[in-house]
Design a protein around this ligand. Sequence first.
Ligand code: SDX
Length: 463
Amino acid sequence: MKNPPARFRIETPTKNGSSEMTTPGNTQSTDKTAGDLSITDKRTNKNYDLSIKDGAIRAADLRQIKTADRDDVGLLSYDPAFMNTASCRSSITYIDGDKGILRYRGYPIEQLAEKASFLEVAWLLRHGELPNQKEYDGFVHDITYHTYVHENIRNFLQGFRYDAHPMSMLQSSVAALSSFYPEARNIFDPEQRNIAVIRLLAKTPTIAAFSYRHSKGLPVVYPDNSLSYVENFLSMINRMTEPRYEANPTFVRALEILFILHADHEQNCSTSSVRMVGSSHVDPFSAMSAGVAALFGPLHGGANEQVLRMIEEIGTIQNVPAFIETVKSGSGKLMGFGHRVYKSYDPRAKIVKQLADSVFKITGVDRGLEIALELERIALQDDYFVSRKLYPNVDFYTGLIYRSMGFPTEFFTVLFAIARMAGWLSQWEEMLLDKEQKIARPRQIFTGHGERQFKQTINVGIK
Ligand code: SDX
């Protein structure tokens, strides 16, 4: 047997050579928003000065604002769905929703999509700087030599029905990986964090491909270490009897760009889920499975699948105006439109739309494109959507590309998850190393009964 490859390099995230990982806020940004907020509590006529830092007040500073009632524990901030709450300080991804700006560690997404590789971006997201050649080659080597999963995971996947949703299979398998690597629970050991990051980035495509082959009733295709990250993924999806799979280079580059576009997006629902679950100090495999679960939702990563189903339901371009009217009447959403942060065109959607042209040159134009373009044309000029600042988001066109590359509709969100694993892992590690963070435990405004006495009125079998 050839010398087994070096297991992995210990590349703990560093910035400027220090052992400390890039902790949030350590770039020298001048805070133009700093100042004080004076509050008068009209209930007591007391005044309070709260400090404003980085455009925010500390919610904990509200606790000092109390009435004369001795039981008053002080003010809470009430923010269902965290519409206006910063949960952390992060230096990974910057979004400007009004200007349609997205940057990973300061690099515009347009430049990364055009010139970078996905693994280069995965390194950047985690370490804060682009890798040098030695770092990059070592990272690619480590990822390549960790793409296999334990045979028990392959057998585990065989236990699912043929028509099981691949996101269910991915969610369960990522969680199951935690039972194969109990040492990953040592989350404050940089070596354990490093190998867990490598294993998750390396094995997620393998699990995804195995679940695809299971749904087709095909034998799995094992990783081919002579191929790049994306080529290997496409080989595990498509290879049949040929000894070595030759992926279409246009598809390889298109998928690489789509993975880059989906890699991170600051504190979205799935990333916040990873941070919250990770804050209990559970192992990273369990924390990432929470991210997969949240991404599965149709309002989040599941939207790319729903866009295709919506387009299929519309059926023809003639039906578009009537469909738009049903959306405006409130009986449904225009899937792939709208965003909590972007109140202008999602910069990723622009890139995806351009990318579609290069893929369709190979595959022919996807039958749904005409309907998608008409939906966009009408929505962008209709006051219902314009007044609500609803524009195409990253999910609106991606499904058309994935379908034209041969992926089944229910597999689209799995492709999103493969890419977002890089962001989840980077955000998880940033949370762990952030000295301000602790176990996440929000409060509530209680709206239930006051105390009342229990009276047993039914037979519940208690003697
Ligand atoms: C992703 O957060 C991220 O960064 C996520 C993501 C990432 O990279 O991680 O960018 C990936 O999840 C993209 C979003 C994919 N989801 C969809 O495309 C599903 C359709 N979109 C909507 O469900 C919605 O736009 C959300 C969930 C994306 C955002 O919802 P918000 O910010 O909570 O906005 P809202 O639901 O309060 O909507 C405000 C108004 C409402 O109308 P009114 O009650 O004021 O009359 O806009 C309407 C909504 O009904 N509206 C829509 C709509 N989205 C919002 N109406 C029709 N179609 C839509 N798509």
